[in-house]
Design a binder for this molecule. Structure first.
Ligand code: DOR
Ligand code: ZN
Length: 364
């Protein structure tokens, strides 16, 4: 097989016939690692393929202080080999968050960003924000210190249809926040709609980015609801209709560095998913890069996978790109990660993309 160097600057290479792709090692800019037994079971899956991850703070109780973030980082490090994976910690924004604590935790290198959950929007978000005016001072301090605000962009009003909650949030909450604090750097997390893609594209501030998950590039709402209810495809924001999935694929594969990978891999034990009131979250970490290679190849844009997964995120966060490489190999025979990851709290079902996985990460 002949190897061609596409871009010596980034190190991206692929072979003729597209059966091999070497790219800079990727990062995951939105990840749930949980705690305790589930943390121990799932963290190795992310550490195997990703160099760094932005770790979500929605534990019970949430990570709200720099000291709690430091302690959580130690618990993550304790279940992983010493080298090779850097957890980038976040703080959970509440109406009681002290702006000075946030700036100090960031300056001390304990936290990389702050996560905004509207109260009640998703898993463990009860301590989130109800009145956005009460966190204006935190936003101003973050803008001054260049600390990114990571936004779960859904309104929670009972009278807003769940499929409209992201689009309504942009108009009613996000845009007013950004107008009131124009210096604030914002990442719209796990976007699911053409409206969110359009909002990012229309921005000219240079201070707005968006993460896109693996599962939202693959499933639409039919996968959750047609022919039987499938709890392992239920996540928040919920997958929308097919036109939105197509818009997300265009954004992810289009080469615009404002869109980058955040898997939102969100493990829950099966007992919490397969029940009358199941938790939101898809556990994608074990298959994230193979599924992405499939999606980018299907779009004819395998050459843009490195930009999405390895280059655009560090650029937004102002961090260096990773120096080591990952090789993905495509084989005629599909492989499977298995159906579940076992934990001492019970099994966690691994995301099934619904197509055979021919791409696989070559062990390093
Ligand atoms: O599906 C989701 N799961 N969306 C979120 O926003 C939270 C996450 C979780 O923590 O389970
Ligand atoms: Zn999340």
């Amino acid at each position: 097989m002949v190897r061609i160097t596409l871009d010596a600057g980034t190190g991206l290479r692929y072979g003729r016939g597209m059966d091999r792709l070497t790219l800079r090692r990727p990062d995951d800019w939105h990840l749930h690692l949980r705690d305790g037994a589930v943390l121990a079971a799932v963290a190795p899956d992310s550490a195997r393929d990703f160099a760094r991850a932005i770790v979500m703070p929605n534990l019970v109780p949430p990570v709200v202080t720099g000291a709690q973030a430091a302690a959580y980082r130690e618990r993550i490090r304790a279940v992983l080999p010493a080298a090779g994976f850097t957890p980038l910690m976040t703080l959970y924004l509440t109406e009681d968050t002290d702006p000075e604590d946030v700036v100090a935790a960031h300056a001390a290198g304990l936290v990389t960003a702050v996560k905004l959950y509207p109260a009640g929007a998703t898993t463990n978000s009860a301590s989130g924000v109800r009145d956005f005016d009460r966190v204006r001072g935190v936003f101003e301090a973050m803008a001054g210190a260049g600390i990114p605000l990571l936004v779960h962009g859904e309104v929670t009003d009972a009278d807003i249809d769940i499929f409209d909650r992201e689009a309504v949030f942009i108009d009613r909450v996000l845009d007013p926040i950004r107008r009131a604090t124009p210096g604030l750097r914002v990442v719209m997390e796990h976007i699911t709609t053409a409206e969110a893609v359009g909002y990012v594209r229309a921005d000219s501030s240079g201070r707005l980015g968006a993460t896109i998950t693996v599962h939202h590039l693959v499933i639409n709402r039919n996968h959750i609801l047609a022919g039987g209810i499938r709890p392992h495809y239920y996540c928040l924001p919920v997958a929308k209709r097919e036109t939105h999935r197509v818009a997300l694929v265009e954004a992810a594969t289009g080469g615009d560095p404002r869109f980058f990978l955040g898997t939102d891999s969100a493990p829950h034990v099966d007992a919490a998913k397969e029940t009358a009131c199941g938790c939101a979250g898809c556990y994608t970490a074990p298959v994230a890069m193979p599924v992405l290679a499939h999606v980018f190849e299907a779009a004819g844009r395998l050459d843009r996978l490195e930009g999405f997964a390895s280059l655009a995120g560090p650029a937004f966060y102002g961090l260096p790109v990773n120096e080591d490489r990952m090789t993905l190999v495509k084989s005629p025979e599909p492989w499977s990660p298995g159906a579940r990851r076992e934990s001492a709290d019970g099994p966690v079902t691994i995301f099934d993309p619904g197509f055979p996985l021919h791409w696989r990460v070559q062990p390093s």
